[in-house]
Design a protein. Structure first.
Lengths: 279, 162
């Protein structure tokens, strides 16, 4: 059981959600945005967080949208990972969603929850970073639409009282050539030792990573090395591994040295597949 | 906007009937099912969303009831293992395949398999079956028999359709 009380709000509109956040803003009170709730429930039970209110955004139509027009695929923040996978609208994101937690949990975990959670891997952020996605953010001052990379530096940075309403993926990315390689220590269902996610735009490789460092990232310097096709794959992988933005992450799943070893091999695997047209 | 603060009486639709329960907004569905409705089929295992022993069906999809607030269940159709009635195809298949040892995980596995049948009335690819079954843990390691039970479940449904 959760050993304390909170208020549960389920707004029907964006305005009601903004008002609910505003009500619990300041005055030493805190409201948290509630999607699938798996992380919030777990943390409440463990006593890691003590929200005064949870604002469940699943009842807001804009947060549950999943539709494509001529320019963008729009995915509401409350869409579950399984729904995104099964829609097959953005296969690369579907692959990422299909490797977060297990299938039953994927039926609950939402895109917004995975992006904004405290678990450091945030694997659904990688396809968004690579596809120049934009996000609509709701808040007390209304809505704003911004490039995803402007609010994401490894974790989502929003102003107080704001939450992600939707992600918008440009259509060029939806059927673009892609690769998704997730390496875990033992079991298939686990946090990543290394996640290498790639997409090609006009035969130029874009790559973003999770697990290797303490936060997910996309690096133009790493991409420049990976695209240097005059060098053999193992040399490019070696050079790329030397350009990490911070030392490799180290925890019980894998030491920094081991993660770096897996990272280099995984990059090599990716580059060889590209070279041999197996992607 | 729906808002709950403090103890509230809710009407939950469980196993085909409406039940009134008195809940706090922070009460989890698993505790309410077990302690207020006496539906102890859903088991408390890890209470962390890992083991799947607490799996129930919510609107036809599997859900780990330890990771769902009871207030969220309002307006949804909840099915617990008790709601299968004892003679469901999945239950017969588990008996036939001896797909259990200690039995603690069994109700969770039954529910995830029943949800699989609900969402995939025709036997899906093995990879899909594997993906669904990977959501639950059996520490007696009856995995092979559970997988066999899934096949028997689909065989029985197919035979019934013919």
């Amino acid at each position: 059981m959760i050993p304390f009380d909170f208020v549960y709000c389920r707004p029907d509109t964006l305005r009601e959600a903004a008002d609910a956040f505003k009500r619990y803003q300041g005055k030493n009170k805190k409201a948290v945005c509630y999607g699938g709730g798996s992380e919030i429930i777990t943390m409440c039970r463990a006593g890691s967080i003590h929200p005064d209110a949870v604002v469940d955004i699943k009842g807001i139509p804009e947060c549950g949208i999943l539709e494509k027009d001529d320019c963008f695929l729009t995915i509401g923040a409350a869409c579950t990972l399984s729904r995104i996978t099964e829609s097959k609208l953005f296969p690369l994101l579907g692959l990422a969603c299909g490797r977060v937690a297990d299938h039953t949990n994927q039926c609950r975990i939402t895109l917004g929850g995975n992006l904004c959670g405290t678990v450091i891997y945030r694997e659904t952020s990688l396809p968004l970073l690579l596809s120049d996605a934009e996000v609509t953010v709701g808040g007390p001052d209304g809505m704003r639409r911004v490039p995803f990379q402007n609010i994401f530096d490894g974790r989502v940075r929003l102003r107080e009282g704001e939450w992600i309403v939707q992600a918008h993926i440009p259509v060029w990315a939806l059927q673009a050539r892609h690769a998704h390689i997730k390496k875990t220590a033992q079991e298939k269902i686990d946090y990543p030792l290394v996640n290498v996610t790639a997409i090609w735009k006009e035969d130029v490789l874009r790559a973003a990573f999770s697990g290797i460092c303490s936060r997910p990232f996309r690096s133009r310097r790493v991409e420049a090395v990976l695209n240097d096709r005059g060098l053999p794959p193992e040399i490019r992988a070696e050079k790329a591994a030397g350009l990490l933005p911070e030392p490799p992450y180290h925890d019980v799943e894998g030491s920094g040295e081991y993660r770096a070893f897996v990272f280099k091999n995984t990059l090599c695997e990716l580059l060889e597949a590209w070279q041999n047209d197996r992607v | 906007m729906t808002e709950f603060e403090g103890k509230t009486v809710l009407s939950l639709h469980v196993n085909g009937n409406f039940h009134e329960v008195l809940v706090r907004p922070s009460d989890i569905l698993l505790d309410v099912l077990r302690e207020q409705l006496g539906l102890t089929g859903a088991k408390a295992g890890c209470k962390n969303g890992d083991c799947g022993a607490c799996t129930v069906m919510v609107d036809g999809w599997p859900a780990k009831s330890c990771l769902m607030l009871a207030v969220e269940a309002q307006g949804k159709k909840i099915t617990t293992v008790e709601g299968l009635g004892g003679k469901a195809a999945v239950q017969n298949a588990f008996v036939e395949a001896n797909a259990f040892q200690c039995g603690y995980c069994t109700s969770g596995f039954l529910m995830v398999c029943h949800a699989l049948l609900t969402q995939h009335p025709v036997m899906p690819d093995e990879i899909v079956v594997e993906e669904w079954l990977q959501s639950n843990l059996c520490r007696c390691t009856s995995y092979q028999e559970i997988r066999e039970a899934v096949h028997l479940m689909y065989d029985a449904v197919q035979d019934a359709d013919v």
